[in-house]
Design a protein around this ligand. Structure first.
Ligand code: AKG
Ligand code: FE2
Length: 374
């Protein structure tokens, strides 16, 4: 079936999911730095420290992007191990100019430092996720995250809702555009490498997306007087294909799940942190892991992070590749349409990997639940 290019040009930016309005955290901290309202306080089980394993941080794989894109088999093997055992890796030698990274950080900081009245001009509407505000808030009872965010669709360009792109600080739009285009270059190359480790032709994954969508989320985590009681971002896995994250060099906060433990990702200066999302987990029938992660806060320094989510078009159907299934690896995921999958996950609060269950084959899910309850 051929697609009429005029239809594509005219197509409107999709909406994603509603989220309930909640207080601005940065403003709350400014007004009353010592107070932590109960709506933000996590139960002890969520914050328990027994499984905290900072000593494993140095084992999180580091991939040299230049070697990888020049065809190094050794680097490709490292990538395969990273996706299988960690679901996360840091990327160095990616070619993003230090200056561009710093400019991105600076304009984001300038934006979040604007008076609330100015930022509210870009407030996220209640029926969507683009703009300045909070996503994934679905009930009045839900424990809230200690962060605010600015979410913008970047690619394809026709999905941009420019009314949410900050006009101040001056140059924000040009910088996020330049930064995102560099992230896109890195992301497309990583998809080629992922295609190879999955036994596919180099351009297979990219082609399968029909069109690669890119969504940017700038997270702002204010300081917290009692950081051991709150989470900057609830534990979750990312629904898309891969996520490319740029974090501050001097303020750690990202923690990832590894064999039941929480392991902090200690920033390597100007490195990008990449993680495999649910799409890769489903396509690989669970061989490559979309790992749970969360962000914690601290008492002394605010933190920002820039997440770029690379995702397929809404109409792309995702299911495990036939060659990833055999007698030992029976099929665990069924076919899902990506747009439906994404929206159902956004209608829920972020809660670990529970949202991926809708893509699981029923018998598989029952078997897992029996094991968990045994
Ligand atoms: O701030 C971080 O380190 C994590 C951000 C994240 O996981 C997300 O935006 O999905
Ligand atoms: Fe995430």
């Amino acid at each position: 079936m051929s697609v009429n290019i005029d239809d594509i040009e005219m197509e409107e930016a999709p909406t994603y999911a509603p989220s309930l309005p909640v207080p601005n955290v940065q403003e709350m901290v400014k007004m009353n730095p010592l107070e932590v309202p109960t709506k933000y306080v996590r139960n002890e089980e969520e914050m328990e420290k027994v499984n905290y394993m900072p000593q494993l941080s140095s084992e999180i794989p580091v991939i040299d992007f230049t070697l990888l894109s020049n065809g190094s088999m050794e680097e490709l093997l490292k990538l395969e191990i990273a996706c299988k055992e960690w679901g996360f890796f840091q990327v160095v030698n990616h070619g993003l100019q230090k200056e561009l990274i710093q400019r991105m950080r600076n304009v984001s900081d300038e934006f979040f430092n604007l008076p609330i009245e100015e930022k509210e001009k870009y407030a996220m509407p209640s029926n969507d996720i683009q703009g300045y505000g909070h996503a994934y808030v679905v009930s009045e009872e839900q424990t809230l995250d200690w962060s605010d965010s600015l979410i913008l669709m970047i690619y394809p360009k026709r999905y941009r809702k420019l009314q949410f792109w900050p006009k101040t600080p001056h140059g924000f739009n040009e910088i996020i555009e330049a930064y995102s285009s560099e992230v896109k270059r890195v992301g497309e190359e990583l998809l080629s490498s992922l295609s190879l480790i999955m036994g596919l032709e180099k351009h297979a994954l990219f082609g399968m997306h029909k069109e690669l969508l890119q969504c940017s989320r700038v997270n702002y985590y204010p300081t917290c007087n009692t950081p051991d009681q709150v989470l900057g971002l609830s534990s979750h896995s990312d629904t898309g294909t891969i996520t490319i994250l740029m974090q501050d060099d001097d303020v750690p906060g990202l923690e990832i799940r590894n064999k039941g433990n929480w392991v902090p990702v200690i920033p390597i200066s100007d490195a990008l942190v990449v993680n495999v999302g649910d799409v890769i987990e489903i396509l690989s029938n669970g061989k490559y892991k979309s790992v749970e992660h969360r962000a914690v806060t601290n008492k002394n320094k605010r933190r920002t992070s820039h997440a770029s989510f690379l995702i397929p078009r809404d109409d792309v159907e995702i299911e495990p590749f036939d060659h990833m299934i055999d007698a030992e690896n029976t099929k665990i995921y069924q076919k899902v349409k990506f747009g439906d999958y994404l929206r159902q996950s956004m209608k829920r609060k972020m809660e670990g990997k529970t949202h991926i269950d809708v893509a699981k084959i029923k018998e598989q899910l029952i078997e897992e639940q029996i094991k968990e309850n045994a």
